[in-house]
Design a protein. Structure first.
Lengths: 150, 362
């Protein structure tokens, strides 16, 4: 039942699920026809990830500070394994992300794509555009004053 | 000398109960929610995340509420929580060139691709108290313009083409982590940047200001200041590839500094770098100035003996949690210490008086 998945596609949905709003993700999850049962391979746990930057944006790496991340691994009925890595401390979000990651590797993938990923992707790009539109409105238009010498 | 002191449990319990009551304030006034702190005191949340060295806006909001708005106490709570977290790994270095910029200004070039974008800034406000905020009411909606979707290139990349600015060649060297091994001197730039980015804003600001006033002056221009969201990627061992594990807001400042050249380097512009969690631009600019001042040795500049050039002085004193821990401990009981001091001074006094009495008798 598990299908061949490209790392690029999987990276795309896991990244989307990592930054989703927990309540929104739960609401979208509830629209799915069926939610599979699961066994924990690694119960949700919260930890820190050291975020690195680069000196002068392009140079040698340095440690900037940590961020909170919650992760878990589960196996859904049928044996497909799903991983959840989400920003923050929500164990519920990590569980949903892992379950969706597993489902996206099965025949349930088209439904999850339609009902969960598509709305999340759309909302994320809308929110990003809304901020960018406000930023664009604060862009300075320079003009040269007429000096009135002649 | 520390001595175990018994007693005081009841007084401590009662003090903490009163603290909780005082924290709540007048119960007829609505209680603050964490969401209100996170959304409406965002710059305080940002400072607590930056100096607490942990990016989590909800936790920072909780720390601010618990500390009654004492930000150093809130930073202390974040640092303490941070130490309880297992370390899942380290991210790939964030690509600030890909930042979705809310704000991006350059003080050195007027016409840069992407333009001068002011963002939600306090600059150009009149710093007059706005009594409209004392009354409730929704703000007017911010105007919009067609959004820019492509990345905004760094300003220094334009100067690099001319080879007139010092380069920052990429490397994949593993940086030292000051949370795992204590800083020893002399240290390297990676450890300095990590220490500065979580250092006390006031201290870093004061150090940076001292360089502007002439103590190790290095003529800084803000080549670029940008604020916005950046994705964070981490390699996931069980997957064998990297995914985005989140998005964080960062403030980045690159200074361009005049440099006449030295025995080892030709005349060119040099750079200072500031990168800080959240919208924290005062801190990021100050960090860049102090970073530049601390680079005197590698650039072959003279050590003029300024405080901002002394990495041992700057890095050992910029951490407000270390500083406040040592400073505030002197208010805790030192009864036995002081008793011995008292005995000593009494004895010296007796001897001095006896000596004077002998002199008078002679």
């Amino acid at each position: 039942m598990t299908q061949e998945i490209s790392p690029q596609a999987r990276k795309g949905w896991m990244s989307l699920l990592a930054t989703a709003d927990e309540a929104r993700l739960a609401a979208l999850f509830d629209t799915l026809d069926a939610a599979p049962d699961h066994d924990w391979l690694r119960a949700p746990e919260t930890g820190g990830v050291m975020v690195r930057g680069r000196t002068g944006a392009t140079g040698a790496p340095f440690n900037l500070g940590e961020m909170t991340v919650t992760r878990c691994t589960l196996k859904i009925a049928g044996g497909t394994v799903g991983h959840g890595y989400v920003q923050g401390r929500s164990k519920r979000q990590a569980e949903l992300a892992a379950k969706l990651d597993a489902m996206l590797q099965t025949d349930a993938a088209p439904e999850v794509q339609d009902k969960v990923l598509a709305p999340l992707r759309h909302e994320k790009s809308t929110a990003r555009d809304a901020r960018a539109a406000k930023a664009a409105a604060t862009k300075v238009d320079f003009f040269t004053m007429v000096r009135g010498e002649d | 000398m520390y001595v175990a002191v018994k007693g005081g449990e009841r007084a401590i319990d009662n003090a903490h109960a009163w603290l909780a009551e005082e924290r709540r304030g007048d119960p007829s006034v609505a209680e603050l929610s964490l969401a209100q702190i996170r959304e409406q005191l965002k710059l305080a949340v940002n400072r607590v995340m930056a100096e607490g060295s942990l990016y989590d806006p909800d936790l920072a909001a909780l720390a601010i509420k618990q500390s009654r708005g004492d930000l150093i106490e809130a930073i202390f709570l974040m640092r303490a929580y941070r130490t309880t977290l297992p370390r899942f790994g380290t991210s790939r270095p964030v690509e600030t060139a890909d930042m979705a910029c809310d704000r991006r200004v350059s003080a050195t070039f007027k016409d840069v691709p992407g333009g001068q974008v002011l963002g939600p800034t306090f600059d150009y406000t009149h710093r007059l108290l706005d009594f409209k905020l004392a009354a409730e009411g929704a703000p007017t909606e911010a105007p919009t313009a067609p959004p820019r979707r492509e990345p905004t290139p760094h300003v220094t990349s334009f100067l690099r083409g001319e080879d007139i600015i010092q380069d920052e060649p990429a490397s994949d060297a593993t940086p030292r982590d000051i949370t795992r091994e204590p800083v020893s001197f002399p240290t390297d730039r990676a450890a300095r940047l990590q220490t500065l980015t979580r250092g006390d804003e006031g201290f870093i600001l004061g150090m940076a200001y001292s360089t502007q006033r002439g103590y190790a002056r290095n003529h800084a221009f803000v080549g670029e200041l940008r604020i916005g969201m950046v994705p964070v990627e981490m390699e996931i061992p069980e997957l064998g590839f990297a995914i985005e594990i989140g998005e964080i807001e960062l403030t980045e400042c690159e200074t361009v500094n005049q440099f006449k050249g030295s025995k080892t380097e030709p005349p060119q512009f040099t750079r200072g770098y500031g990168l800080v969690f959240g919208q924290t631009e005062r801190k990021a600019i100050a960090m860049a100035l102090v970073d530049r001042a601390l680079r005197w040795k590698e650039l072959g500049e003279d050590n003029v003996g300024a405080a901002a050039q002394d990495e041992e002085f700057v890095l050992s004193h910029c951490d407000n949690i270390q500083a406040t821990g040592f400073l505030e401990h002197i208010k805790l009981p030192h009864y036995v210490d002081f008793q011995s001091e008292l005995e000593l001074v009494r004895k010296l006094r007796r001897e001095a008086e006896a000596g004077q009495a002998r002199k008078a008798a002679e």
